[in-house]
Design a protein around this ligand. Structure first.
Ligand code: C2O
Ligand code: CU
Ligand code: CU
Length: 527
């Protein structure tokens, strides 16, 4: 095994083991050998400053509402000083796209024109549902992840449109301050479009949060993490199987991590508090982040906004689709260099200035009250299995939610204004980050159960251990939850907002694109 292969293999192995354990490694279908890709060990570290995505500017107003236009295009961008420009498909010529900044209760409209070239540059698998031959390859539709949005503006996966077409969506922003993100959601090629660069941030602010005096302006910095495999010529590599007619593989792991579109960047900071708004926009990678000086993150928020109290976290876990809001105080680290790293990779460096500075910001002891939804208020519990279907070689072919494919009739129809418990029964060896559109929810607990009893004894749930409540850093409002392997994960959801069709799915994009997504419908009254 040469060094390059070892480096990649090693990275892949540990990332995967972190999620599913060594025994499962035989599960991957044979991949085509990768072309020469960049090796992080041969890349100069910390030579590029961390870029911060520009804030989107409205074009004007329509019907009294700010109107934005973010065209989806191909462009090239430098991801590292020593790497030739990389081709991306993304929003308004930047990757991540421009950040949309809004106030709670103040609606905006965004037009998303598709101006992509006709041919996709990543490998489409025509066997996947919705990705059959004959469709325009560079189709797209945009979803605002975490947004409480009417169904017509939510980005229904089959409502994609081809180059030359456009869609204008309305975002009411009737929700608490939170970090959301917009990204592609086109049926069957979503994993390729997001891998190509179709993702950007959307920040909702409100006066409650303003009143906390958290670090802001230059001291509030977004960090969008995405892992990639990059060829030596600077282009994104998306691995395929050895079967040319069936290139889909069940997971994408990169050996490099882009932060706001740069590899191994550095950030010059002053010795004071900073607020970081982090998103894991990777296809399938779970991050377990730490600082090399051992200092904890002070996590203040999760997917849907602030926690009730800050949580000290030594290792910050972030699944695809999840967000973490945290504060780092560099006051005691003047002149130091601190590295942010994952189990497998170096991610970025903070360079703390020497000179003392005043810090008018605060990290309050209490943040935003999170009223616990009472279990007794739930009108029903839905038990929903998460399953992997393997072929004779033991390789996953599809993943299913409650044993059903996308096209099966809608089976989850909560009534508007009611509360339900959804219990995800994960029969697999993988953790699956499960996301529901439209709503926010709370995690009740996780509990190991007997998977074979479930499978062979008529879906009988026999718990094996105690119910474990969420860690303090997860005990806020969420829209994506890690359903851990061979365990039940229960969430409690108020179905508020709108009636209509939405989706719920695994946020491992390779799973989502291959049947691990289902419609659900919020109805006005029980059917
Ligand atoms: Cu992040 Cu269905 O989306
Ligand atoms: Cu979403
Ligand atoms: Cu999954």
């Amino acid at each position: 095994m040469n060094r390059r292969k070892f480096a990649i293999g090693g990275g892949l192995l540990t990332a995967a083991v972190a999620r599913r354990g060594l025994s499962q490694m035989a599960h991957m279908p044979p991949l085509q050998p990768a072309p020469p890709v960049l090796d992080p060990e041969h890349l100069a570290s910390f030579v590029d400053p961390l870029p911060v995505p520009a804030v989107a500017k409205p074009e004007g107003h329509r019907g009294g509402v700010p109107y934005y236009k973010l065209p989806i295009r191909e462009f090239f961008s430098k991801i590292h000083r020593d790497v030739p420009p990389t081709r991306f498909w993304g929003y308004a010529n930047s990757m991540p796209g421009p950040t949309v900044e809004v106030r709670s209760g103040h609606p905006v409209q965004i037009e998303w024109p598709n101006q992509l070239p006709a041919k996709h540059f990543l490998p489409i698998d025509y066997n996947l549902m919705g990705a059959e031959k004959g469709r325009p390859e560079s189709r797209t539709v945009v979803h605002l992840h975490g947004g409480r949005v009417p169904p017509a503006s939510d980005g229904w996966p089959e409502d994609w449109y081809a180059p030359g077409h456009s869609a204008t969506y309305r975002y009411p922003n009737h929700q608490d301050a939170a970090l959301l993100w917009y990204h592609d959601h086109a049926m069957g090629i979503n994993r390729l479009n997001i891998c190509a660069g179709m993702a950007g941030l959307y920040v909702i602010r409100d006066s409650f949060e303003d009143g906390l005096n958290l670090p802001k302006g230059d001291y509030e910095i977004p960090l969008v993490l995405m892992d990639r495999m990059i060829r030596r010529d600077g282009q994104i590599y998306y691995p395929v199987t050895q079967f040319p007619d069936a290139p889909w593989n069940p997971e994408y792991f990169g050996n490099l991590v882009l932060v706001n579109g740069k590899l191994l960047p550095y950030l010059e900071v002053q010795p004071r508090r900073y607020r970081f708004r982090m998103l894991n926009a990777s296809n399938g990678r779970f991050f377990f982040l730490e600082l090399d000086n051992g200092a904890p993150f002070r996590q203040i928020g999760t997917d849907q906004g602030l926690l009730s109290v800050p949580a000290a976290v030594n290792r910050l876990a972030l699944a695809p689709g999840e967000r973490a809001d945290f504060v780092l105080d560099f006051a005691e680290h003047r002149g130091e260099r601190i590295v942010l790293r994952d189990i497998t990779s170096t991610i970025m460096q903070f360079r703390v200035a020497q000179e003392r500075v005043p810090d008018p910001s605060a990290l309050p002891q209490t943040l935003r009250p999170v009223a616990k939804i009472a279990e007794a208020s739930a009108v029903r519990t839905r038990r929903l299995s998460l399953e992997e279907v393997d072929n004779l070689r033991g390789e996953p072919t599809i993943h299913l939610l409650d044993g059903k494919r996308w096209q099966a009739p809608v089976s989850e129809k909560p009534v508007l204004g009611t509360t339900e418990i959804w219990e995800f029964l994960n029969l697999t060896e993988d953790a699956h980050p499960i996301h529901l559109h439209l709503v926010r929810f709370q995690i009740l607990d996780r509990r190991v159960f007997n998977v074979s009893a479930f499978i062979y004894e008529n879906r009988n749930v026999v718990y094996r251990g105690d119910a474990v409540p969420p860690d303090p850093y997860e005990a806020g409002w969420k829209d994506t939850v890690r359903a851990t392997p061979r365990a039940s994960t229960r969430i409690i959801v108020n179905f508020e907002g709108y009636t209509g069709r939405y989706v719920w799915h695994c946020h491992i994009l390779e799973h989502e694109d291959n049947e691990m997504m289902r419609p659900y419908e919020i109805v006005a009254r029980a059917e």
